[in-house]
Design a protein around this ligand. Structure first.
Ligand code: KG4
Ligand code: ZN
Length: 347
């Protein structure tokens, strides 16, 4: 296939693979910011039947889909493997069997095509999603990462350099959305369903607790809120009262958003940061976007958020993170392995 005419020697093309949970994804990104292709094969429909991700099914589906997803990513970008400068891959955190599929595939391609291999931390990927549509965004900035598996508040000091201010002590924000949605019969994944139902509800209808965590003021806890919601539902059942799902969704969502926004704004104030970004699946939540936008406007901070397609798992964000790791000299060895509980900032 013909190479893109505008490919110069200095251009850097990254092919990245993401398979840490239930999306099989591959993407080609030019110079760390320009997405040439972003292919996502979602398994959500398969896992919906079980009310959550079944790890064994996820691994098997990744194996079935990954070659096709990569081929499509290359052809949609109008490039071949020859044009690729490095292969990036998520190696953690995530489901070990799911991660292994992407890591093994990336190693095989990199070895066969004689390309450098770059291992990417999944959360660094989520953060990097913000660089795609905001060419002006450069570190340092504050980033709130809220997904199905993670809730982190970090200072992005430089590309690939993070200071973690707070994290969840129990459930991740997205997990709380998923559990509450399941409890009121909205199905999986719960975040988008709660978001939609909440639009018809009154966020002040039910007063749910805003969790305070002892010790670190920037840590989060959502298990108390989740229990309060379940208690409310059980109490209603016992009294024979019908649950008002939109009111419950709106009130629960407000409780989550209040805590996320207040922690983020308090950190921005303490550290004197005027650039604030959000990332991860829950970053597409409409109430969180509105709440953050309003708070940033009040304090004169710039607010950044990715389009929904770059909030949930995708490989474009992994390619962006891989690009910055690559130009900083990071190279993975052939013994790169999946690390299910990889910590942010660890190599
Ligand atoms: O980032 P992601 O795709 O996967 C992880 O790395 O965990 O995030 C998925 C999570 C799910 O828990 C899903 O319910 C949540 O993001 N989510 C949302 C919304 N869209 C996705 N939560 C709240 N509101 C949304 N609109
Ligand atoms: Zn994710």
């Amino acid at each position: 296939m013909a190479m893109k005419k505008n490919h110069t020697e200095e251009d850097v093309y990254i092919l990245a693979i993401e398979s840490s949970c239930d999306e099989t994804a591959a993407s080609v990104v030019k110079n760390g910011r320009e997405v040439l292709s972003n292919v996502i094969s979602s398994q959500i429909a398969l896992h919906t039947v079980y009310g959550g991700v079944v790890p064994e099914i996820a691994s098997r589906k990744h194996i079935e889909k990954i070659n096709q997803v990569i081929e499509t990513a290359l052809s949609e970008a109008n490039v071949t493997l020859k044009d690729i400068d490095a292969i990036g891959v998520t190696y953690g955190p995530g489901l070990v069997g799911a991660l292994l599929v992407g890591v093994a595939e990336a190693k095989a391609i990199a070895y066969a095509a004689k390309k450098p291999l770059v291992g990417v931390h999944h959360i660094e990927g989520h953060i990097s999603a913000n660089f795609i549509e905001h060419p002006e965004l450069e570190p340092p900035f504050l980033c709130l990462i809220v997904s199905g598996g993670h809730t982190h508040l970090v200072i992005v000091k430089d590309y690939g350099e993070f200071e973690i201010l707070g994290r969840t002590r129990d459930d991740a924000a997205g997990e709380a959305f998923d559990k509450v949605a399941r409890a009121v019969g909205l199905g999986y994944p719960g975040g988008p369903k709660i978001d939609k139902a909440a639009k018809e509800g009154n966020p002040d209808a039910i007063s749910f607790p805003r969790a305070k965590v002892e010790g670190n003021v920037y840590d989060f806890s959502f298990s108390g809120l989740k229990s309060a919601v379940l208690n409310h539902i059980n109490h209603g059942k016992m009294m024979g009262e019908e649950i008002n799902v939109p009111d419950l969704a709106a009130s629960f969502q407000k409780a989550v958003v209040d805590v996320l926004v207040s922690h983020t704004m308090a950190a921005a104030k303490e550290y004197g940061i005027k650039k604030i970004a959000i990332a991860g699946g829950v970053a597409s939540n409409s109430a969180l976007r509105e709440g953050m936008a309003l708070a940033c406007k009040k304090t004169g901070a710039d607010f950044y958020y990715p389009s929904p397609i770059y909030c949930t798992d995708n490989a474009a964000m992994i390619a962006v993170a891989a690009y910055y790791e690559y130009i900083n000299g990071a190279r993975a060895d052939w013994d790169l392995n999946a690390v299910p509980n990889l910590k942010l900032g660890e190599r």
